[in-house]
Design a protein around this ligand. Structure first.
Ligand SMILES: Cc1cc2nc3c(=O)[nH]c(=O)nc-3n(C[C@H](O)[C@H](O)[C@H](O)COP(=O)(O)OP(=O)(O)OC[C@H]3O[C@@H](n4cnc5c(N)ncnc54)[C@H](O)[C@@H]3O)c2cc1C
Length: 445
């Protein structure tokens, strides 16, 4: 599979599922971004979901099941679904492309929601409308589940040349798009030298997964006897989570390949001359996977729903009720997945994981169903579980689990973290059971 195929829409999806709703009777003949599309069907409640990844597809399924007369519309820019979880294993061929890449129209057909391939470009919240590349869509409830944006501006300001160069030459592949294919090519073609990996400052998408990626690329380097080294530039003072498990893997499995540099918060990046300045020193590289800071997807900024710090700066994440997941200033808008804001001053954010996105997708569907049926809304908490492969032969993984409860005294959500630092083959088996269960929950496979 090449980059072109990944971005291409299968003809049935492009013509059948996009054209049908747009050309329904009441729709105008010529569409402009100002056209109102997908006319309402009677008094059915309309829930529009922006972003059809782990969280959005889960919410769509459960909304249809819990509110049988709901008109659920999911807006997604990508024609197909590409999974972040398991994609590190796909980089070194532990799993095939078919394992991480799926038909996204099938679940829409199975569960009975409308999936429109389009770009969400803004909102008219006072009119309860979403602006898309195809036109305006009305809603009663809105779910924002667009994941993250790469905040290259934190490094480069508005220097678009440096941003484009970095994105094209040193992609991080942390957002489901063609960067995944570019990164795989980079790994498979790596001939040696220093490969630098920058980690974003917390909170960021799937905190343990950059270390998993380092281990698996190191395994590939070791297996193929490539004269290469990996330098992990980590803004944190130590590896986290699963600190001991990862440090043991680095030391025992890849002592001559992986170097972890703590407190290496990025200060300046010169992608053209392959240099990085950090608080832990200056580094030159031959190749790199440059992860800039992560923030909530553009759609939260477009909706005007980003939180602010006490001194009035944007937090970068959704401003939301920590237990009910709707916007503080607009309770018809819900947040699901990685774009969510802080939950508690004890631990900050829920881990930005597929597991949590899937869990919150269900909870938000339940909360909207309760509101539509006039029942009391129940505040529910997720959990989190991540398995991280550190060795591909034998296949061994470590893992981390997070549990949440409401502290009776303060009424705040409290987090317990359980690291499993000993790498075992059993954890790899559990990982495959986990992913199959999740895929069957929202991909209908
Ligand atoms: C390498 C890697 C390994 C990972 N490993 C794990 C793991 O082992 N376990 C785990 O639980 N999690 C893991 N994750 C994290 C997981 O992928 C994310 O946490 C999860 O995808 C978040 O779900 P989401 O719905 O918030 O965002 P996404 O799944 O990214 O979905 C957001 C969707 O919104 C769409 N979108 C965004 N903006 C627009 C727009 N303007 N218009 C239209 N569509 C838009 C995007 O195309 C995307 O499909 C991993 C991630 C990576 C990258």
């Amino acid at each position: 599979m090449n980059r072109r195929n990944f971005l291409m829409t299968p003809p049935a999806l492009a013509l059948g599922m996009v054209a049908a709703p747009l050309l329904s009777q009441a729709a105008p003949a010529i569409l402009t971004p100002a056209s109102r599309i997908l006319p309402r069907d009677g008094a059915r409640p309309r829930i529009v979901i922006c972003g059809g990844g782990w969280g959005g597809m889960t919410a769509a399924r459960y909304l249809r099941e819990l509110i049988p007369n709901a008109d659920v519309v999911l807006l997604e820019r990508n024609p197909t679904f590409w999974s972040g979880p398991m994609s590190n294993k796909w980089l070194i061929d532990v799993v095939s492309t078919d394992f991480v890449h799926h038909d996204a129209q099938r679940p829409a057909n199975v569960y009975g929601y409308t999936r429109l391939i389009t770009e969400v470009v803004g909102f008219e919240r006072d009119k309860k409308q979403v602006r898309t590349a195809h036109g305006l869509i009305d809603y009663d409830f809105l779910i924002l589940s667009g994941g993250i944006r790469n905040a290259y501006d934190a490094w480069f300001g508005n220097d678009q040349k440096a941003i484009d160069y970095t994105r094209n030459h040193f992609p991080s592949a942390y957002i489901p798009n063609a960067e995944m294919l570019a990164l795989k090519q980079k790994v498979q073609n790596f001939k040696g030298g220093t490969l630098v990996m920058t980690l974003p400052p917390p909170p960021h998408r799937c905190p343990p997964s950059p270390y998993e990626r380092a281990c698996l690329i190191a395994w590939h380097i070791k297996k193929n006897k490539i004269p290469g080294k990996i330098l992990i530039l980590d803004p944190k003072p130590k590896v986290a989570p699963i600190s001991m498990g990862y440090q043991t893997a680095f030391r025992e499995l890849y002592p001559d390949i992986i170097t972890h540099v703590p407190n290496a918060r990025v200060q300046e990046v010169d992608p053209f001359n392959k240099r990085i300045k950090t608080l832990a020193g200056e580094f030159k590289f031959d190749d790199a996977i440059l992860m800039p800071p992560h923030q909530a997807a553009e759609m939260v900024w477009q909706a005007g729903l980003i939180g602010t710090t006490p001194d009035g700066k944007p937090t970068g994440w959704a401003d939301m009720h920590p237990r009910l997941y709707h916007a503080r200033s607009d309770d018809s808008v819900y947040f699901v997945g990685d774009l969510m804001g802080a939950i508690s001053d004890q631990f900050g954010h829920y881990p930005k994981s597929g597991h949590v996105a899937n869990y919150i997708g269900k909870i938000v569907a339940q909360n909207i169903a309760e509101r539509i049926s006039g029942k009391e809304v129940v505040a529910r908490l997720p959990d989190n579980l991540c398995y991280m492969m550190v060795n591909a032969d034998p296949r061994e993984a470590i893992s981390v689990k997070f549990e949440y409860e409401v502290d009776a005294a303060s009424g705040k959500v409290h987090q317990t973290q359980i690291d499993v630092d000993v790498r075992t083959e059993d954890l790899v088996k559990e990982d495959f059971v986990w992913i199959k269960e999740k895929f069957s929950d929202f991909l209908a496979i």
